[in-house]
Design a protein. Sequence first.
Lengths: 342, 429
Amino acid sequence: MARIVHYLNQFFVGLGGEDAAASPPSSQLGPVGPGRRLAQLLGDEHEIVTTVSCGDDDAAGRPEAVAEIVALIEAAQPDVVVAGPAFTSGRYGLACARVAGAAKAAGLTAVAAMHPDNPGLDEAGGAPVVAVGEAARMMGPALDSLAAAVRKLAGGEPLTNADGLIGLAPRTPRMADRNAAERAVALVLARLAGDRDATEVPLPKFDHVTPAPPVDDLASATVALVTEGALVPDDNPGALESARATKWLRYSLAGIDQLPSGEWRSVHGGFSTVWANADPHRILPLDAARELEREGVIGHLHEEYLVTAGNGTSVANARRFGIEWAADLRHSGARAAILTAT
Amino acid sequence: MDWAATLPSTVGAVLTRHVHLIRSVALGDATTLQNGALSVSADEAAALLSAPCLADVRVSWASPGDAVRIVKVLDVVEPRTKGAGGGGIFPGWLDDTVDVGGPVHVLRGAAVVIAGYLPRAQEAVIDMSGPAAELSPFGSTHNLVIEFTPAAGADWAEVDDVLRRGSLALAARLAEASLDVEPDLVEEVLDPAPVEDLPRVGAITNLQTQGVFKDVFVRGQSFVGAAPVLIDPAEIDAGAVVAGQYGHPSLRNSTWVHQNHPVVAALRAAHGRGLSFAGVILSPEPVSAADKQAVSIAAAQLCADAGWDAAIVTKEGGGNADADMALKMDALEELGIASVGLFAEMAGPDGTGPPIVVPPEKATAMISTGNYDTRLSLPAMDRALGGDELALLGVAATSAMELPTAVILGALSPLGWSRLTCAEQPVTA
């Protein structure tokens, strides 16, 4: 009998939707929600002994959450850890990928399930991820795939593409026979001959984000300032990169009404920072935001701002920053954010 | 050039290159060329860059295979001239003559390299040996490296201008040493006259134009705010396009690369063989999205007006410049003109991220010039030029270090110089 531990978010264990997204990690015995169908599919040789869950905001936004989740999983002594399916849900996908990755790092056998376009995919840290459909209406086939994968893993077999394993096929550097200009001429000739598929770079598919509904009552809402303009305290204490940022930082705005020149500066490497540094409000409009707060137009200004440098940043990192910012802001109660871009 | 004989007789040579292959270099009492050995007077070279805003100018050689790292590289220029005094070369800088006639005298295998701190310039590296040497066009040239110390309180924009004028004058002066020497090669540069019944294919060369320290010059004038313009490729050969853009080192087109425009060379080579080379359009990369859109539509319309059937589009700069590429390629496809774009990938260190920041929506044909984020392990060097420290890492410029390909000058060959590319590694479950 293989012991399975299933990770789900707050929604699929029945705690609620966005209203429960801040709920902390918790554990309950036996299968829950889609886990019941998964248990049926797995049959008598496997048992979902425990279901661990966490709110999406907490799991994707609080750095310690994943370790706490994995501790709950380890306590149930699983043979296989299953996370999801998360479909295209960003925060849930990030959480499933990180939980599977951390479980693997802890020596457990783990698998996550999500859509191949889920931005969380990059965070699985080498744990296998099985492809499923876009949304919960595809739950049936998703659980079929996942059950098959769990059976193989419990039996000690590796997953392959035939099991729906999403291959993060790396694109690796190499030297071509001809230079890029000569290959471009060959490609033009192929294109003119009617070949519309010829290319050396497959087009990436980007997800389209549905805007959140407007804030009902701005006068009572907490509004945050966030920026990719790399505005930091003058000594750049968090060592934010000027280009190709791999991280984002937070700095407190509590009790501050102004960002004086000389005390704050932009370390962004993609534009002349002379005018930004002469008046840092050009990057982070704290002065105007405080005025709106005083006038009662907005309820409160969030007490810290989030910052990175948007210059040569990989799409994967930028997408991760976005998901983490959304989770972090929701976690802290902010209901709107002003993102200043450079 | 035996293939030239096979071309239709309507195609005539309008420019001749007298090419001298530089085999060895030295500093000496005079600037001379003998049997492929180029000797340069350091005093004469420094004097060409002398200006009140520069306290000091230093001259040294770095050759292929040397354990030398050149850091803080600004621009690289190939020594060329059309005759004593610089007439007709680098138009708008040394002389106002626009002269597409020949011959142009070329010191192939030599380069003038300006290296040193300027504000806003991103750290750019040339290694003369080790794994990065083959990635940059300038790892295999004999580089006359010009280092400088600004005068106290000097205006940086003035320093930039003096360095640019000085490096162009020096490049022309070096090539003058070849005027009385028989060339190793004589290359006929062909007039791209239309060939009946073949598709007309041209090059759109985007130039990154964002103001001081991020600018490109055409016939001596800043290209900021310019409209897309057709230019005779023979003018580009004569140095009509001069770099002043010091962002994104690997995605920067140094003056040397414009002088040796790889897409023009490839199209010239294919002229009469499946296509008819239709010419070159220079296009700025403006800052705002609206201007990018307007310029893209204008460039595509210019191609249509000129009767092009297809265009090879190239860029300069990082992800921002992908937007110029995507808009232009889509605008071309809208007008029924096939487009191929040269893109560098920004796919993360392991190459698993999305490769293109702003992909086109209609166009699909893209050439990969490598991954910006690929890490390189570079060996320690005996000597560093351009500065003592590598700005990005805060370590001695001579030390062993790991750098992304993004930092190696010209390594992602936006104009198509390099053979570097990326391809998908088969999935192993």
